[in-house]
Design a protein around this ligand. Sequence first.
Ligand code: ATP
Ligand code: MG
Length: 393
Amino acid sequence: MTYHAFLIKYAEIAIKGKNRYLFEDALVRQIRRTLTRTEGEFEVIKEQGRIYVLCPEQYDYDEVVSLLGTVFGIVEFCPVMIFEENGFEQMAEDAVTYMKRIHPGYAGTFKVFTRRANKHYPMTSMEVSAELGGHILDAFLEASVDVHEPALLLHVEIRDKIYFYSQTIKGPGGMPVGTNGKATLLLSGGIDSPVAGYMIAKRGVTIDAVYFHAPPYTSERAKQKVVDLAAVVARYSGPIRLHVVNFTDIQLYIYDKCPHDELTIIMRRYMMRIAEHFAVQGRSLGLITGESIGQVASQTMQSLLTTNAVCTLPVYRPVIGMDKQEIVERARQIGTFDTSILPYEDCCTIFVAKHPVTKPILKVIEKSERKLEEKIDDLLKTAIETTEVIVVE
Ligand code: ATP
Ligand code: MG
């Protein structure tokens, strides 16, 4: 295999003062966990403020690159070639070997940048850089040195061995999952809520999820679609405990008792209440939805106020200010879009009124909900008791 290791670069977590070690340890844990999904024994080490992934002799490079691209906290990572430390002449030869393999026939500008983790090395960093630059010039007649704006920056790190790298691959950024508590995502089969879950997980938050389905009005494949979406989010966030709530009887009861133009808003309020129940039970510190101001009738400012009124936990709405197109772009990037657009029915669309209220008044909605007093507590209790929990890895 060409590369022996990856250097992991992280920014945000480096500025967290005393917490830095906790964050680094979480990042190391997340990298280890993620790499168990590919063949081979990888070693993840933390050394002098750097994290390295040491690779086995045989591994699937493309798969490792795509897996590292899912670990929040990684800003960039660099594939590294490692050579034994065996005197400067050997190092110079190895630098040329590195260049020939990674940048064959290189004819642009370059600069060598050396870092000594081993301070006992008999040459200074500057001397090493200058000497290596000379050797590379001899081997690549059309290349030239540019110390100000080189097209290629060859990093040399003198450790117990010699590390060479010159390429940078973008990571997802954010903070390692597990460093910022837990929140409960209301996950539908749509485009927005998986993106919302991803965005909060990116801040280091562990995710639980709740899905409301309405059999037989919504099908088994609609539920499977949500499980599949949770699995895509879980690639980044780690395992998700998905609560599948049977919402049919509650919906039918609301349909029976309340004005039809208020159905969606009342239904949304019950979703929030049930989600909050599971959130509190699972020690979540907040709820997450995929709401965006003005996107549909149930997401006007008045509607948001009315649904929000039933929650005591904070509700995080990371896509609140995004246009649909922006959310779609995110969904494509993170890999949820193709699943989200599968045309299966959603419990919200089945009982939806032709002309839902767009400016609900809280007092009016609360009054309508009083018509549910007789049975709603029992129905909520049953919905909660019959909820199925699926751990999505
Ligand atoms: P999405 O694309 O996320 O489905 P949407 O544009 O369809 O959003 P709504 O149907 O108004 O919007 O739902 C708003 C939010 O309420 C969703 O983003 C999601 O967080 C939550 N939600 C809606 N339906 C469900 C459901 N069946 N199960 C769980 N949460 C839901
Ligand atoms: Mg939806």
